[in-house]
Design a protein around this ligand. Structure first.
Ligand SMILES: Cc1ncc(COP(=O)(O)O)c(C=O)c1O
Length: 452
């Protein structure tokens, strides 16, 4: 903990993370902003990490950090789980890429079939972005329709058709570099409004499918109301529109069978990645046989699908081991419990501190909303502002997030902005230390006049 400091947060951060700063100076000459993923961007420089295990990672300056990135959601078991490490090391010695079919891909695909209710058939891809790209094309081919529908604030990777309205301003669907003709084929809908969905599907008969994150955009920044998934299933079926659950984050996280098993709603197609591959790269589309069979040679119109790293043996080895551990449900329970404990303890802290922040979220997700002016939570999960899209789909002011992240790093925690995800390796001690870090962060931000 940084006690009794009078220096500004950013100055302290720069003084405490000098090796990271040096590395970043080099990185800026190679990468735009010096980063290789938008979410790793932090001014004046992000921390550089050298190793990680369980819930912790260590940076080049020797700081031990409690990690809430958890591999952008890929690491439900935590970093470097010994069984996953062993499986990958053993496979490494046997070959990383056969350019051929192999038994591990069958074992891996069979586990997806067993765990994910919609998975009549499976096809592996090299990322989550590729999985949603494939799912949408399969839907367009199957229906002969051009358009896709998606919800405001829902993220499905970074290919052209799914980029509109992933974050505020939600009323501007344009995306630099994406042709207007593509954007015209993306129908944008407000989440949690089944009447609006019904009206859109009624009015436009050229919509092939509706894709969504089944616990809300960005893994639940605006969670979905109870019953909304069931309503969507009924409305899409009534209008002959295919339903795609993008379970790239929620798959194997919310429950071993993803959100669809948890809520008992089966989509036509499911996209998967992250936990699927046990911390290595990859993805998959799973779903109805008649949809996936469009990838078969001999199909009336075959969908072409190469991809150098599809079902590569290393990802398969990590994925099989991870899915076997996840199939017990224990890692999901532990991660969900850790996040619930953190949300509860943060809300108690905010009340004690008299600060107008609230912690919320579902499953293994936590968010901090600033400038909150609703009632204090009386239970967990608690959804502020009655699921109001425009009051929840907001980014806290950038200077606040920057100071929060820097102060949290100074206090031993790496959070994704004012939010994070938990994994099975987060312990009650980690949660207590994180709450203490937030307390100290509030003190530091108050001393700087950033919050009241
Ligand atoms: C819901 C969702 N869909 C798709 C993607 C894209 O996956 P990838 O980063 O593997 O391309 C992500 C990534 O965060 C995601 O959260």
């Amino acid at each position: 903990m940084v006690k009794g400091q009078r220096k500004m947060i950013e100055q302290l951060y720069c003084e405490s993370f000098p090796r990271s700063r040096q590395l970043h100076e080099r990185a800026r000459k190679i990468f735009p902003d010096g980063v290789t993923h938008d979410n790793r961007y932090l001014q004046p420089f992000p921390p550089y990490v050298v190793r990680a295990t369980g819930s912790r990672k260590w940076d080049v300056d020797g700081h031990e950090l409690i990690d809430y990135f958890v591999g952008h959601g890929a690491l439900l078991l935590g970093h470097s789980h010994p069984q996953v490490v062993e499986a990958v090391q053993q496979q490494m010695a046997k070959g990383t890429h056969y350019g051929a079919c192999h038994e591990l891909e069958i074992e891996w695909g069979a586990r997806v079939q067993q765990l994910i209710p919609s998975a009549e058939m499976v096809r592996f891809t090299a990322s989550g972005t590729e999985a949603t790209l494939m799912a949408l094309r399969l839907c367009r081919m199957f229906t002969g329709k051009r358009k896709i529908a998606k919800f405001l604030g829902h993220f499905h990777g970074w290919h052209d058709q799914v980029m509109p309205a992933i974050e505020p301003p939600l009323d501007d669907p344009t995306v630099p570099g994406v042709p207007p003709s593509v954007i015209e084929n993306t129908v944008l809908l407000p989440p949690n409004d089944i009447a609006a969905v019904e009206r859109a599907l009624e009015a436009d008969k050229d919509i092939a499918c509706l894709i969504l994150e089944p616990t809300g955009g960005h893994f639940g920044r605006v969670p979905l109301r109870p019953g909304f998934l069931q309503d969507l299933r009924a409305v899409t079926a009534r209008h002959g529109v295919l339903l795609v659950f993008d379970e790239v984050i929620t798959g194997f996280r919310v429950s071993p069978g993803g959100a669809q098993a948890h809520y008992g709603v089966t989509p036509d197609l499911t996209t998967l990645a992250k936990i699927l591959c046990g911390g290595l790269p990859g993805g998959a589309v799973a779903g109805r046989r008649d949809l996936i069979e469009q990838l078969q040679f001999g199909a009336k119109k075959k969908m072409r699908h190469p991809g150098t790293f599809n079902a590569n043996p290393l990802s398969a080895a990590a994925g099989i081991t991870t899915l076997d551990l996840v199939s017990t449900g224990e890692p999901n329970r532990q991660a969900n419990e850790a996040a619930a404990a953190l949300r509860r303890q943060l809300n108690a802290l905010f009340e004690r501190e008299g600060i107008n922040w609230v912690a919320y979220g579902e499953f293994s997700r936590w968010w901090i909303l600033t400038d909150y002016n609703g009632p204090r939570p009386d239970a967990d999960p608690f959804i502020p502002y009655d699921y109001d899209l425009h009051r929840l789909e907001v980014q806290p002011p950038a200077p606040l997030v920057r100071a929060f992240r820097q102060a949290m790093l100074l206090n031993g925690v790496d959070s994704t902005g004012m939010s994070g995800m938990t994994c099975a390796a987060h312990t009650p001690d980690d949660i207590a230390q994180t709450v203490a870090a937030v307390k100290e962060t509030i003190r530091m931000m108050r001393a700087e006049g950033l919050v009241q």
